[in-house]
Design a protein around this ligand. Sequence first.
Ligand code: ZN
Length: 273
Amino acid sequence: MNQSSRRFGRYDITILHDGVFQAPADVLIHAGGDEARKRALAGWSKSAISVDVNCFLLRDDTGITLVDAGTGPSWGDAFGHARAALTAAGVTPDQVQRILISHLHGDHALGLFDGETPYFPQAEIWVPQVELAFFTDEQAREALPASRRSGFVIAAKLQSLYGGRIRSFGEGEILPGIAARSLPGHTPGHTGFIVQDAQHSLLLWGDLVHVEDLQPGDPDVGLVYDLDPAAAARSRHIILKEAARDGWIVSGGHITGFQRVEVVADSYRLVPA
Ligand SMILES: [Zn+2]
């Protein structure tokens, strides 16, 4: 049974459910090409993906931190429920001290905005250094097709609405008991957060895995939203191996609840933790 709220180290962590993202199986790709993709999908009985969109509330005795911010009102009525979940947890937007952003995609960062005003009036927005540098680079923007440029729009809006409240960070401990871990591929600065615990640390892995009943069994399966699919596959291999070996609990932007990674033959599977 997956509880939606658990204690890890010094933090009480609550999953804030924002909505469910659905897309046809066409969005699935494979680092090994078309034939490998067919083989990977042959054993998977679905014709579409349907995945949770989550962000996280972290509470310790110093206050309130979020990991990611959901979509806010930007993706319509089916999304944006993380705000109500935050309220239900007894937290108002002005109580949020900081928001750690895994990457600058809409379902993780648009919730920072309420139209043209910041939704979190007091919060610092912590963005991975590499992510902020990439999505504010005009040449990087020009090199991508228009359909892949949403991160640049978000970065520009973030700078205009949050200005001096933006902080950037690299790998390693960024807050007491929280370490940033670079997971490049989905985006250049895509980052996970390890919440340290004496027994089983928690890795909030952002968009490392979108389809929990498919990608752990073949980490070379990616999504068209991965900006660098080969790098994203490498990050999946590395992290799934490490999570299984070290007994991490994992959660993320698109998997359900808290899970654990198990080795199965020469790949992996997720099981509820
Ligand atoms: Zn993403």
